[in-house]
Design a protein around this ligand. Structure first.
Ligand code: BEZ
Length: 389
């Protein structure tokens, strides 16, 4: 028979153990699962995101909400068939506190599914899959980048306003390509244009020759495209080598020429693209960001670096509101939803579905820069189709 004093002592000891555990949980190292491509056509994008993320962390003295950060890294190879296993390893084996990833839309959808089921906080620093902040939206899922619909839609408006009538599209056959073209088509056809041909090839193939021949035979007024990373470099070079650049103007979502200009050289010169970032912007935060990035990495930043930086900012905002306690999901989300994020791209906030509401810029390649031409679409909000939140 236990005495009342014994029971009270036992309860007090258990409470002490629990509160020590909770304290350790809020103050110990924060485990961040970085799931990004470090090999393949999107390798440089993954590296730029990690650089941007770490730059913000360094600016905060290496801590977020008082917690040191420990990284667990996975190379997802931009391979959707390995994505569920990769993200489950981070969540179930490594017990990460938060997930940051990724670049490829197909891989990001697998991450979003696991995040939704497990409740782990996920911040997407690139992949534009519309569903991530659409049908799969969740209180614990955030995006620091864009939806595929956004740059496509903005460029559709620009090209229709220019009076272009007949366009052929060409892209990789997967969510990012399909959805960018869908966004483009929505705005372009609303503005009076017609998409006369939709061409595509499997990701990450770069055998463009037969499709370029098809474009030459179709003779559209212009071409609209989504490619990124190594594939974008090869497409721009092949388009020029086929003699098409002189006869059929090429337009794209801005990934076509972001982080790629050194490799594309003169073949990219003059191309118009639409994106939520540009070089030579008059944004004070961008000036300090570019200087700090160049100093830290001996490289010029690109849109991917900005998105990585802003993913870290979003994490920092949410963590600060909960004193580092990632279990307080509702308070974390409330703080992020109310935030004005001071990004190098300009200040933005998140929509109810947790996707950036942001200006999409029209840029033109001039030398080694995506020069700002103007705002293609002001404070463009993704329609978040299918999001119930
Ligand atoms: C995507 O798969 O969502 C993506 C990849 C590279 C650049 C932009 C989007």
């Amino acid at each position: 028979m236990k005495t009342p004093l014994f029971r009270t002592t036992l309860i007090a000891a258990a409470a002490a153990v629990l509160s020590t555990a909770a304290f350790a949980q809020n103050t110990g190292k924060l485990k961040v699962g970085l799931m990004l491509p470090y090999t393949g056509t999107f390798a440089s994008l993954g590296n730029a995101i990690e650089n941007g993320f770490k730059l913000y962390l360094t600016e905060q003295g290496g801590k977020l909400a008082g917690r040191e950060v420990e990284f667990v890294k996975v190379d997802d190879e931009s391979d959707p068939s390995k994505a569920t296993d990769n993200v489950n390893k981070l969540v179930k084996r490594d017990n990460v506190d938060v997930l940051i990833g990724t670049v490829h839309s197909g891989v990001a959808m697998a991450m979003a599914k696991v995040a939704k089921e497990s409740g782990t906080i996920l911040i997407v620093p690139n992949a534009g899959a519309d569903a991530v902040t659409g049908a799969m939206c969740a209180p614990n899922i955030f995006r620091s980048s864009f939806s595929n619909w956004q740059p496509g839609y903005a460029m559709g408006e620009v090209m229709a306003k220019k009076g272009i009538k007949k366009v052929a599209t060409i892209t990789w056959k997967y969510a990012a390509g399909d959805e960018t073209v869908r966004g483009f088509k929505e705005a372009f056809e609303k503005g009076g244009g017609t998409v006369v041909k939709e061409l595509n090839l499997p990701f990450p193939n770069v055998e463009f020759q037969a499709l370029l021949t098809d474009i030459a035979a179709t003779k559209p007024d212009a071409v609209f495209t989504f490619f990124a990373g190594g594939g974008a470099v090869k497409f721009v070079k092949d388009y020029a080598a086929a003699g098409l650049k002189k006869t059929i103007p090429l337009y794209g979502s801005g990934f076509l020429t972001d982080g790629t200009l050194d490799a594309q050289g003169a073949d990219a010169d003059g191309l118009f693209t639409a994106l939520h970032y540009a070089d030579s912007m008059e944004v004070p935060k961008d000036k300090t960001f570019r200087l700090a990035y160049a100093k830290a990495y001996k490289l010029q930043p690109d849109v991917y670096a900005v998105q990585g930086y802003d993913a870290a900012q979003i994490l920092g905002i949410g963590l600060k509101a909960v004193n580092g306690d990632v279990s307080k999901k509702a308070e974390f989300a409330k703080a992020v939803e109310a935030a004005k994020i001071e990004s190098p791209r300009g200040t933005f906030s998140l929509s109810k579905a947790h996707n950036p509401v942001q200006d999409i810029y029209l840029r033109q390649v001039t030398g080694k820069e995506n020069k700002l031409v103007g705002v293609a679409s002001k404070a463009l909000t993704d329609p978040a189709r299918g999001c119930k939140m």
